[in-house]
Ligand binder design. Structure first.
Ligand code: CA
Ligand code: CA
Length: 389
């Protein structure tokens, strides 16, 4: 992860600030009325909501409950152990420890994300991703009598390094029926740098848990897909791309080709999925999985055969031109910070306005690889200057 990005994600002690929109929206409406057809530039007011947090990594709310904020702290006070999940009451302005996560913290480890089940109001279930020591965890908790209780480890596996870990998890908004139990989970490629000895292209290997977006069925009543593996305790959504595979591909794999997919989110209106993937030397990437007929097809986002728009990542710079590669359609890359929001052939990118230096890797533009001319990543024992972690 780029140093600057890491600092922004994991500040030592920061306050959670929310933007007051009331005045801004009023000003925007007035501006729009007097200047029809012009771009509206709203002003914002920052207001401190919660202070004194330990390296907060995530904030969310429970479905149907807009009173409480739940804040995930990566580390505890002192930084040697996992932090807590803080519950903040927006009415009384009191904060309390909702869940004290425990375990040793190493380098980029810690607690990363919590996700409430869509039916949390009735089943009390929520999910937490963390790396304890060098082991990645996806754990299920359930609130019983007002107190969270550990239920089961859904997924547990060791990371080769302490970077590029398990990170984000979440449910697709608006799902119905069995799909309400389908939990998406991002996994990094394990942390060995692409120019180091020992690097293997796990992101492209559908038999590896690393460098993927997974999709698990977390319905407790659904059959365990791995009854003989105590580290994997979940069912497989029938729509997963490898659900019927018999060749050893992991049935829980949903999308492939990621390096360190730190965060993801869904467009609530369309169901489109966006994944932020931390780049290597040059390109940060936002990967876009349009909620179309191919949403469940197992789209590949290129790493480690590509770094964003660059084929064959090499130390300090990109590789050669992609003469050996073909792709389905042209891509759009915005390079100016003054550019408007990036667009795709399938629709407007709603979540990338303002940050136009990242490539938008659209599902409609996902790469297709020739089987005989796939480039092999070049290796070097020296770390290039400016490389991310
Ligand atoms: Ca703790
Ligand atoms: Ca099992």
């Amino acid at each position: 992860m780029a140093r600057g990005l890491r600092r922004s994600l994991c500040p030592r002690s920061v306050s959670l600030r929310l933007i007051s929109l009331r005045a801004a929206l009023g000003a925007a409406a007035l501006w729009a009325a007097v200047m029809p057809g012009r771009v509206v530039r709203a002003e914002f007011e920052l207001r401190r909501v919660v202070g004194g947090l330990n390296q907060p990594t995530y904030v969310t709310q429970a479905p149907g409950d807009d009173r409480y904020l739940y804040i995930v702290e990566r580390a505890g006070s002192g930084g040697g152990t996992l932090g807590d999940i803080i519950r903040y009451d927006t009415v009384t302005r009191n904060r309390s420890t909702f869940l004290d996560l425990s375990g040793s913290l190493v380098q980029d480890g810690g607690a990363f994300v919590m996700a409430f089940h869509p039916d949390y109001a009735t089943n009390g279930r929520f999910y937490v991703t963390s790396m304890v020591g060098a082991t990645n965890h996806l754990d299920e908790f359930r609130v019983v009598g007002g107190t969270p209780q550990f239920q089961r480890t859904l997924l547990q596996y060791n990371n080769p390094r302490t970077q590029h870990t398990i990170t984000w998890t979440g449910f697709k908004p608006g799902a119905s029926g069995a799909e309400r139990n389908w939990l998406y989970v991002n996994t990094g490629d394990g942390g060995i740098q692409a120019d180091e000895n020992g690097f293997t292209n796990r992101g492209q290997d559908p038999k590896s848990v690393f460098g993927k977006v997974l999709r698990l069925d977390v319905d407790p009543a659904a059959p365990d897909a791995y009854p003989n593996d105590s580290n994997k305790n979940f069912a497989i959504p029938a729509a997963n791309p490898f659900a019927a595979d018999t060749t050893g591909k992991l049935k829980e794999v949903f999308m492939t080709g990621f390096r360190s997919p730190w965060r993801a989110s869904f467009d609530r209106a369309t169901g489109d999925m966006y994944v932020g993937d931390v780049g290597f030397n040059t390109k940060e990437e936002i990967s876009f999985n349009k909620n179309d007929a191919g949403f469940n097809s197992g789209r590949d986002y290129g790493w480690a055969l590509r770094e964003g728009t660059i084929p064959n990542p090499a130390p300090g710079k990109g590789g050669p031109s992609p003469g050996s590669l073909t792709r389905s359609t042209s891509e759009t890359t915005s390079t100016s910070r003054r550019s408007p929001a990036a667009t795709s052939t399938a629709g407007r990118c709603r979540s990338c306005r303002g940050n136009t230096s990242s490539r938008i890797s659209s599902a409609a533009r996902s790469w297709r690889w020739t089987s005989t001319a796939t480039p092999t990543p070049r290796r070097s024992t020296a770390r290039p200057r400016g490389s991310s972690t």
